[in-house]
Design a protein around this ligand. Structure first.
Ligand code: ADP
Ligand code: MG
Length: 344
């Protein structure tokens, strides 16, 4: 049975004007999120993630498009939409620095219409779930960035919103904090059956908690699929690294040119690298090496991570655009750092 999604976004368009020029931040973006679902929004800096989230909270005036919460246009019921939503936006002061975690949570609960007793009860639950007990009586400004982020998220979740929006919640957090966040966010969503839309640069984080992933690039959705689908599409790609004794003989090297191995020789050994989805290449290459009398010293196989997949999708898109517009090779492709598209 098809249920109405908690969030439906259709045809979002937003352009900012900068130095007299119009900059398109979001271009015809559409997607939906169902109850109990975690959807990740990935994309390099400037791709429109924050603008999309702000539009969903009603904080940005759109040029075109509709945002529906439980099937209702948010413009027709801002108050109700606010009460059904909890958001932590990137870079915003989401909490009061001179209040303690408990005071903050109770205060925001009041704003969202919870009675005082209920607010205190929820605050205690969240303090415990987010392991903030040791800091409950300290002013938020004294806490670590990770604990401040936890307080902000607790404030956003206190009224058990139908829709949770988190913009870069892992930014600046250490590995342990991120690991913890993966666990409690997933648990909270599973329990409350909220819909969670989350942006992040952290691939591991997205891979671990999301059901679906939307990739934004230059304001457009260039890919939307489940994490499993993304992996299925690209994960057959593996990188093989073989280490053999000595230099490759001329015949072996020639025979191997059938496949796109990258061969490096250093000192007494040779290293062969190849990224492929075809396992046949590996067995054929091993046979060639054996025939040439080369001893295999080591073999290393790694599967593509979600980050590799993301970069691959972006590069495909770039290549497509470049060949369409016949521009010169200004784009060297996108490499490992997802921050490579600087804010212009
Ligand atoms: P992301 O969150 O993915 O980094 P943003 O939504 O912040 O992307 O930005 C999308 C584009 O819109 C960028 O080119 C950015 O520079 C521009 N932009 C965002 N906010 C403003 C603003 N208030 N004024 C002018 N341009 C903006
Ligand atoms: Mg942003």
């Amino acid at each position: 049975m098809e249920t109405t999604p908690v969030l439906q976004v259709e045809g979002l368009n937003k352009a900012y004007s900068r130095k007299g020029e119009s900059v398109r931040a979001v271009n015809n973006v559409g997607f939906s999120v169902h109850a109990g679902e975690i959807v990740g929004v990935l994309g390099p800096n400037g791709s429109g993630k924050t603008t999309t989230l702000k539009a969903i909270c009603g904080l940005t005036e759109l040029d075109a498009g509709t945002v529906r919460l439980d099937g209702n246009d948010i413009r027709l019921g801002q108050q109700t939409a606010m009460r059904r939503t909890g958001a932590v936006l990137e870079g915003a002061r989401n909490v009061y620095w001179r209040l303690t975690p408990v005071e903050n949570i109770v205060y925001f609960a009041g704003l969202k219409g919870l009675a005082r007793q209920e607010a205190r009860r929820r605050a205690e639950t969240l303090i415990e779930r987010l392991s903030l007990g040791d800091y409950r009586n300290q002013q938020v400004r004294m806490l670590s960035k990770g604990n401040q982020q936890k307080v902000a998220i607790a404030c956003a979740l206190v009224h058990q919103p139908a829709l949770i929006l988190l913009d870069e919640p892992t930014l600046g957090l250490d590995v342990d904090m991120v690991r913890g966040m993966k666990a409690w966010l997933r648990e909270l969503v599973d329990e409350s059956r909220s819909a969670l839309l989350v942006t992040s640069h952290d691939m591991d984080f997205i891979e671990a908690i999301c059901d679906r992933v939307i990739i934004l690039y230059r304001g457009e959705v260039i890919s939307e699929s489940s994490v499993d689908e993304l992996r299925r599409l690209y994960a057959p790609q593996k990188t093989f690294v073989l280490q053999v004794d000595g230099h490759l003989s001329g015949n072996t090297e020639k025979a191997l040119t059938r496949f796109p191995w990258r061969v490096e020789t250093n000192g007494a050994s040779s290293r062969l690298c190849l990224r492929t989805g075809e396992l046949d290449i590996l067995s054929a290459s091993l046979a060639i090496l054996a025939e040439g009398g080369h001893t295999l010293n080591d073999i290393n196989v790694t599967s593509d991570t979600l980050e590799d997949i993301f970069l691959h999708t972006l590069n495909q898109n770039l290549n497509h655009n470049v060949s369409q517009t016949h521009t010169q090779s200004g784009h060297g492709g996108i490499t490992k750092s997802m921050d490579s598209e600087d804010k212009q």
